[in-house]
Write a protein that binds this ligand. Structure first.
Ligand SMILES: C[S@@+](CC[C@H](N)C(=O)[O-])C[C@H]1O[C@@H](n2cnc3c(N)ncnc32)[C@H](O)[C@@H]1O
Length: 227
């Protein structure tokens, strides 16, 4: 298995849209506000083009196109089942290409005015692969383009403390064994990094002016500019 790709299939795909809002209570807030945060910049462009990396079942794509149906979106995801779900969810939308691929397979001559990377980076190991992914995105952006990053973030201690508060909000039907497994995975398996390391990688990949616009429990969101 490619260590830089986290495979989503089966129940993980069919349950995703419900699971993600149960696990990350502010997921809907981030989704609902991502479009407006880049709209002022995109409104200065004639035909704004947005790259959505790791689009999963298409939730951020839907929010962007619901906000402005004239924006042109290229979205990609390496999981066939996730992208198929996105295709059926977004079958009535125009100005949209959905590709079953990683960002590195996309044509490098297409340059975008904005990009998103939501809930992907924590799967990727910090042995050069995270930086490679950020650089692949950066190399497809115009100078001045906006980049929205949303991910699990924190020191191990911050993540542990936040998990142990957040667990009180989990659905009552989640049994304690399931919660323990999630806690174990969060602390030991996922490739989470803290805020300093995140900002360091973003700078190395050519992103500047980071503004953290959201933080809640396990997750944080930034808007950055491509230098
Ligand atoms: C937790 S889902 C997030 C989906 C969507 N962005 C959202 O916020 O709802 C993570 C997605 O990242 C995709 N993924 C895994 N490895 C990836 C990689 N190296 N590059 C891009 N996407 C990747 C998975 O297939 C999956 O669809």
């Amino acid at each position: 298995m490619n260590k830089a790709i986290e495979i989503f299939e089966g129940e993980r795909v069919s349950n995703y849209d419900k699971f993600v809002i149960d696990y990350f209570p502010s997921y809907s807030f981030v989704m609902q506000n991502c479009a407006v945060l880049i709209s002022e910049y995109l409104n200065t462009k004639l035909k704004p083009k947005i790259l959505v990396v790791g689009c999963g079942t298409g939730n951020e794509v839907k929010q962007l196109l619901d906000y402005n149906g004239d924006w042109m979106i290229d979205a990609c995801d390496p999981s066939e089942e996730m992208i198929n779900k996105a295709k059926s969810k977004l079958s009535n939308y125009a100005n949209l290409n959905l590709a079953h691929s990683g960002v590195e397979e996309l044509d490098k001559s297409n340059l975008y005015d904005a990009a998103t990377l939501f809930l992907v980076l924590h799967f990727i190991s910090d042995d050069g692969a995270k930086l490679d992914l950020l650089r692949e995105i950066g190399s497809r952006l115009e100078v001045g383009a906006k980049f929205l990053l949303f991910d699990i973030c924190g020191t191990k201690n911050e993540i542990e403390e936040n998990f142990d508060i957040l667990r009180q909000l989990f659905p009552k039907k989640w049994c304690s064994e399931e919660i323990e497994l999630r806690r174990e995975r969060m602390l030991k398996t996922l490739n989470t990094i803290d805020e300093n390391r995140t900002l360091e990688l973003l700078e190395l990949a050519g992103f500047v002016k980071p503004v953290k616009w959201h933080q809640s429990f396990l997750v944080r969101s930034w808007i950055l500019t491509k230098a």
